[in-house]
Design a protein around this ligand. Structure first.
Ligand code: UT7
Length: 333
């Protein structure tokens, strides 16, 4: 029997309607459009303001698109993996909430917490469940309501993050397309530079932790920046080398959208020209686990069967990595 490959057969995305522009942020913190634009490339982000709506609600919109695009009934879904650091609740996991909300009664699922690399970790996991022959319909979601953990008094972080969700359907194929390989890395020592101080078992919530504003993202941006560039470059080179490929054979780089300067540096160091790099940071900011599937969603119509894609990310943990994919279908509008 020939090898089973895990093909992406559909892409979905969702961003809330509400826009938080650089001009809006100028009214909240001591910053300005020029600083934000030149240092990050971000002009605006989307914020989920509807009361009672959470990460799962954005993911549900993505799943609905995936079901429609791939002619799948909810009962046919077998597994859903949700990459997120802003689950609806500390427990239970958000994947199960999503499955319940879309009526996927025969599926199971779980969340993966790998911050900005979450979609890479989740996609690799989902692909292996397909390649093993165990499942035929696996949904992989990257979704984050970052506005729920951002301090809008901290100019070092509030200018970067936004809310959004994206995802893909994975199905088996015997054609030589789909998920090819991944190089995934982690270094727990990096937690010092990017984390949330309180709310976990280390420091449960108290009046003091709230007063100290410890339930928000804390980031030492410069340290993360330096590690991100080299991490994304090294894992991309490693996955290409392992598969006897050069950057000239890469049709698209799909980088995590954390900072335009990081994306440009990675592209330059790898020798991938800007026209082959997916970008939407200027309008959505950093949606953590959402950035990569949101890029795929927006560029889907430009993708062709057989295109080689490198998905690469770096984030909290530290976690990072690169995935090599051969696109499985000609793009849809
Ligand atoms: O997605 C998860 C992984 N995260 C990342 O990949 C993020 C990586 N890091 C970054 O993107 C950048 O480090 C930031 C965008 C967060 C910050 O940019 P930077 O060029 O590293 O700035 P900095 O933190 O070194 O700050 C430079 C100056 C400081 O002022 P002084 O000390 O030089 O007087 C900051 O206080 O800019 C100041 N600053 C600001 N000024 C205006 C910091 N934030 C702002 C702001 N507006 N929003």
């Amino acid at each position: 029997m020939s090898k089973i490959h895990a093909a992406i057969t559909g892409v979905g995305g969702f961003v809330p309607d509400d826009i938080l522009s650089n001009a809006d942020l100028e009214k909240l913190v001591d910053t300005n459009d020029e600083w934000i634009t030149t240092r990050t490339g971000i002009k605006e982000r989307r914020i989920l303001r509807t009361p009672g709506k959470a990460t799962s609600d954005m993911a549900v919109e993505v799943v609905k698109q995936l079901l429609e695009k791939t002619n799948t009934r909810p009962e046919e879904v077998e597994m859903l993996i949700c990459a997120t650091v802003t689950g609806d609740m500390v427990f239970p996991d958000t994947a199960n909430t999503i499955l319940d909300k879309v009526g996927a009664k025969n599926a199971f699922g779980y969340d993966i917490n790998a911050a900005c690399s979450g979609f890479l970790y989740a996609l690799t996991t989902g692909a292996k469940f397909i390649e093993s022959g165990m499942y035929k319909k696996v949904i992989v979601i990257g979704a984050d309501k970052m506005s729920s953990i951002i301090d809008y008094q901290d100019r070092a972080t509030c200018i970067i993050f936004g809310d959004g969700a994206g995802g893909v359907m994975l199905e088996p194929t015997e054609e030589s397309v789909g998920f090819i390989d991944a190089v995934l890395k982690a270094d727990g020592a990096g937690r010092e530079f990017l984390h949330m101080k309180a709310g976990g078992s280390l420091k449960p919530p108290t009046q003091e932790t709230v007063a100290q504003r410890e339930h928000y993202v804390y980031q030492e941006g410069k340290s993360v920046f330096k590690a991100a560039v080299m991490g994304m470059v090294n894992t991309t080179q490693e996955v290409l080398k392992r598969n006897d490929m050069t950057v000239d054979e890469v049709h698209w780089m799909v980088p995590h959208q954390a900072n335009l300067r990081i994306i440009n540096s990675v592209g330059e160091m790898l020798g991938i020209p800007p026209e082959r790099v997916m970008l939407n940071i200027y309008k959505y900011g950093n949606t953590t686990a959402g950035t990569i599937p949101l890029c795929l969603w927006e560029y889907e119509s430009q993708l062709k069967k057989g295109d080689n894609l490198i998905l690469t990310a770096f984030g909290g943990g530290f976690t990072w990595g690169s995935i090599l994919i051969k696109w499985a279908y000609d793009g849809r509008k």
